[in-house]
Each structure stands twice: as C-alpha cells, then as structure tokens.
Write a protein that binds this ligand. Structure first.
Ligand code: C2E
Ligand code: MG
Ligand code: MG
Ligand code: MG
Length: 283
C-alpha cells in the first residue's frame, strides 16, 4: 500500500488496510531476502565455520561439523537461523545446499592432499535436499575432489524421518550403502521417536543441547540423557553431546558413557584458519 492509502486508512479507521499494508511489507521483505540470497550465491558471500568434536578420554579432535554463515556486505556475519529456514521454505536451500556440499567436499579434498588428519567432517542436510540424484551428486563431488565417502558424515533431523515416505527411506539407505556416515541431529528436540534409531542406519546420535544444559543438576535431563545413552549403546550407535558449555556437563557425560562432545567448552565454531591451527596444535 502506498503512503497515501495508509494515511487514508488511518483517517477512516480501516484497520484491515493496515493489516494488508503490514502483509505487503512482510512479503516485500521476503522478496528482498530472496533476491539478496541469490546475489549472495553469485558473489560468493557464504562461508563455512568448523566446530571441532572432542573426545574427552583421548583428548583429541575426532571430527568437526561444518556450519554455514553469510558474510553480508552491510550486516556482517549472519547466522544460519536467519536465512536457512527461509531458504528451506522457498526452495533456495537446493542452491545453497549445493554450494555447501561443494565447499565441504573441496575442503576435505584439500586437507587430504595436505596430509591434515581429520577423522571426519559432518555437514547438515535439509529435508528438501532429499530428492532423486542426491546420492549420485555427493558421490560425484567426492570423486572429483579425492574424498572417500567415509570421511563425510551427513546430519539429518527427525523432521525428515517423520513422514516416513519411501523416497526418503530409500535415499537414507542408499547414502549409507555409498559409505557416508549418518547422524541423527538434535535428538530430543522434536518428536523423538526411538523407532527411527532402529529403522534407519544411523552411525551417530547427536543429543540436543536442550538435554545437555544444566547437567547434572537438572534431574529430568540427567535421567533422560542416561536413558538415551543406554539405548544408543544397545543399538550400537555412537552418541555425541551437543552444546556442552560447562565442565560439570562434560563430566556427567563422560561418567555415563558419552566421551564425545561438541560445544563451547572445548571450542566455538571457528573460521577455517583458526580450525586448522587448532588441529595442527594437537599432540
Ligand atoms: P545444528 O546442526 O544443531 O548445529 C549446532 C549449532 O549449535 C550451531 O549453531 C553451533 O554454533 C551451536 N552450538 C555449538 N556448541 C554450542 C554451545 O556450547 N552452546 C550454544 N549455545 N550453542 C552451541 P549455528 O551454527 O548457529 O547453526 C544453527 C543451525 O543452523 C544448525 O543447528 C543447523 O540446523 C543449521 N545449519 C547450520 N549450518 C547449516 C548448513 O550448512 N546446512 C543446513 N541445511 N543447515 C545448517
Ligand atoms: Mg548439525
Ligand atoms: Mg545439532
Ligand atoms: Mg542443535
């Protein structure tokens, strides 16, 4: 709505005009964000940070998760929460996800040639990316960059599994057969269904930060985490805790059979240089 229409609406008390003006403003913002994200792809404004995964018993980095950021020309570093859900809605996640996969796999290939030892790198896949051709595309990128599929772990969330359609189920099994490791991300944050763990070939179970925080003082979290760890063990799935921020949380996890964690206590997600220095500094 034009300023004139807005003014008239105010004068005559037509609230619905304000409402539609508000809606127009919101859809305008969405169109702008969509345009900006397309530019961002063209201008190569996305980048990856790497958050190490730490093993408390060996004191070593056992992997890392690649996390996307957007280096916006004016807004600075924009976190994924401000554009990934939107990109998932509009479908732009397919293009952004392609960029992420290329960048992650290219990077692992480069580390391979440099002889840098990182056991495994994880990347997040959104549900929208589960379409025919996914497995072949990831395999082709691995071949192109000299990366073994075993060097990559693909993180998915429970929302992908909820609908239980045959295409998704087949793709998950095909990814596993191609050698990619699979992680169930944010376990406990959504519609946690233990049957998923049994039905799909997960290698790793990532316990959501909401369960980890406040351990061991938070009694219900402590009981839930113990139960989850028991199930993971009986199914032969490697657990890792997300969002560990305190020594108490880390200690509880270690005591209960979860020596691996990813969290600010060990390290925040780091830019490439910082992450590589951390890896190099390992004994
Ligand atoms: P996620 O996959 O569960 O990633 C873990 C998030 O937890 C990261 O947030 C990380 O910075 C944060 N985190 C790690 N340790 C701690 C901690 O100790 N305390 C706290 N408070 N937070 C911690 P980030 O990077 O902002 O990413 C948020 C979400 O955005 C991710 O959650 C993931 O769902 C999505 N995302 C990030 N990168 C990608 C990507 O490349 N592709 C897709 N599809 N989604 C992505
Ligand atoms: Mg993740
Ligand atoms: Mg997670
Ligand atoms: Mg999480």
């Amino acid at each position: 709505k034009s300023a004139v229409a807005l003014y008239r609406a105010r004068e005559s008390g037509q609230d619905f005009l304000f409402y539609s003006a508000e809606m127009n403003r919101r859809s305008l913002a969405r169109v702008m964000l969509d345009t900006e994200l397309r530019y961002a792809l063209e201008r190569n404004e996305f980048l990856l940070h790497y958050q190490p995964q730490y093993h408390q018993q060996t004191g070593r980095i056992v992997g890392a998760e690649a996390l996307v950021r957007w280096k916006h020309p004016r807004r600075g570093l924009v976190p994924p929460s401000e554009f990934i859900p939107f990109a998932e809605e509009t479908g732009l996640i397919l293009l952004i996800g392609e960029w992420i996969a290329q960048e992650v796999i290219r990077q692992v290939g480069e580390w391979n040639r440099q002889g840098l030892s990182l056991p495994r790198l994880s990347l997040n896949l959104s549900a929208k990316q589960f379409r025919p051709g996914l497995v072949e595309r990831l395999q082709a990128l691995c071949e192109q960059h000299g990366v073994r599929t075993e060097q990559l772990e693909l993180e998915v969330t429970e929302t992908l599994l909820m609908h239980g359609d045959a295409q998704t189920t087949d793709l998950i099994h095909a990814l596993s057969e191609a050698g990619f490791a699979l992680a169930l991300d944010d376990f406990g944050s959504g519609y946690s269904n233990l049957a998923y763990l049994h039905r799909f070939p997960f290698d790793t179970l990532k316990i959501d930060r909401s369960f980890v925080s406040g351990l061991p003082g938070n009694n219900s979290n402590a009981a839930l985490v113990r139960a989850i760890l028991g199930i993971a063990e009986s199914l032969g799935i490697e657990p890792i805790a997300e969002g560990v921020e305190t020594a108490e949380e880390a200690h509880f996890l270690l005591q209960h059979g979860c020596p691996r964690y990813q969290g600010f206590l060990f390290s925040r997600p780091l830019p490439l240089d910082g992450f590589v220095s951390l890896l190099d500094a390992q004994p």
